[in-house]
Design a protein around this ligand. Structure first.
Ligand SMILES: NC(=O)c1ccc[n+]([C@@H]2O[C@H](COP(=O)([O-])OP(=O)(O)OC[C@H]3O[C@@H](n4cnc5c(N)ncnc54)[C@H](OP(=O)(O)O)[C@@H]3O)[C@@H](O)[C@H]2O)c1
Length: 332
């Protein structure tokens, strides 16, 4: 099969190679991938930026989510059958969706929403699960709560705004004027042009911030949230609490503790709870998203679609950092 492969960290242009089709374990399904999506984590993995959290053997097929059709099921699989249209986010040591086939644990997939094409469905798994885990599982967003979602026009932002509205929240978001119409249509109540306005100066007493930017934006988020409120970051630094819960060795916990002392100080000063989220694959939660999508509560926002042969251009486009929603790779 054709697959996009890197042979070492730092190789930021994967090469399309012919590799063997993945072997099917008795507990796996084999999926013929129709479409995949680009996620910034793909760029970070290739650059070797996540080595403290995820380390991979080389050569590595890249790509973190997909939609496709099951073409074989392992002897022990009961919940799916050949011909099922599915989508999913493989677990961390089994990525590789920029390829014609993937063997995957059925716990990591769900039936594709019937009202979406494969390309549309491929836009959902990683950003949908991340947003669901942040807003539903961790923040437990309640009707009437006020939340700031950073980067509303991005892959995460376009889904997170819709989910937060579905949960009944009042949503503020940051973006550039070109995207105002888009984020308004998704449900944003307060839109901040981050080149013109400092969100930390105009938003106060929020219940929560969903931070997708990290760095100074994350630190500034502490002045937006009221005491007792919460900040979830998916781009900031993992703290020691996260490192412990994630099962990292003691020396990494210490490293993360030292790297986040400013955030710990802000937590204490402001009486705000900070958590780093590293999303996890979950077919069960993806099935919840399927229900929301089929009920018309949630829809993917697609920017551009590239064929697998133009993966490099798609990655460059993603690296530029101004996509409106998701960038899709059409594979079959
Ligand atoms: N920890 C996890 O489990 C996890 C999971 C998923 C994603 N992430 C991380 O979350 C981040 C966002 O992911 P994504 O998929 O949404 O990325 P993305 O689709 O590439 O986000 C691009 C968007 O960011 C916006 N943007 C850039 N700079 C901005 C700023 N200063 N203020 C507001 N908006 C800004 C751009 O909008 P404009 O054109 O308006 O600038 C663009 O729409 C990435 O760093 C990714 O690695 C982490």
């Amino acid at each position: 099969m054709q697959a996009a492969v890197i042979h070492r960290y730092g190789q930021t242009s994967p090469v399309l190679e012919t590799v063997p089709r993945p072997a099917l374990r008795p507990t796996d399904v084999l999926v013929k991938i129709k479409a995949a999506s680009i996620n910034p984590v793909d760029l970070k993995i290739m650059a070797g930026e996540l080595k403290l959290l995820l380390s991979y053997r080389m050569p590595l097929i890249v790509g973190s989510d997909f939609a496709g059709e099951i073409v074989a099921v392992g002897a022990q699989v009961t919940q799916f059958q050949v011909g099922d249209a599915v989508y999913g986010r493989p677990r961390k040591n089994r990525i590789g969706t920029f390829a014609e086939y993937i063997a995957i644990d059925p716990d990591d997939i769900a039936l594709k929403p019937q009202n979406l094409t494969f390309a549309e469905a491929a836009a959902i798994p990683l950003v949908g699960l991340t947003s669901y885990q942040a807003l539903h599982d961790l923040l437990n967003v309640q009707p009437g709560q006020r939340i700031l979602i950073q980067a509303g026009a991005g892959g995460i932002g376009t889904i997170a705004i819709q989910l937060a509205k579905h949960l009944g929240a009042q949503v503020a978001t940051t973006t550039i004027p070109r995207n105002f119409e888009l984020v308004r249509a998704l449900g944003a109540d307060r839109i901040i042009d981050y080149h013109q306005e400092d969100f930390a100066a105009v938003l106060t007493d929020y219940d929560a911030v969903f931070d997708t930017l990290g760095g100074q934006s994350l630190e500034s988020a502490f002045s937006v949230v009221k005491p007792g409120g919460q900040i979830i970051s998916i781009s900031g630094r993992p703290n020691a609490r996260f490192a412990k819960a994630y099962g990292l060795p003691r020396w990494k916990q210490v490293l993360f503790h030292l790297a986040t002392h400013r955030l710990s100080r802000l937590e204490k000063q402001r009486g705000v709870h900070y958590q780093f989220l590293f999303m996890s694959p979950s077919g069960q939660e993806l099935a919840q998203l399927t229900r929301l999508i089929e009920a018309g509560q949630l829809h993917p926002v697609l920017d551009r679609t590239f064929p697998l042969q133009e993966l490099d251009q798609a990655l460059t486009y993603s690296r530029n950092g101004h996509a409106q929603g998701k960038i899709i790779i059409q594979i079959a």
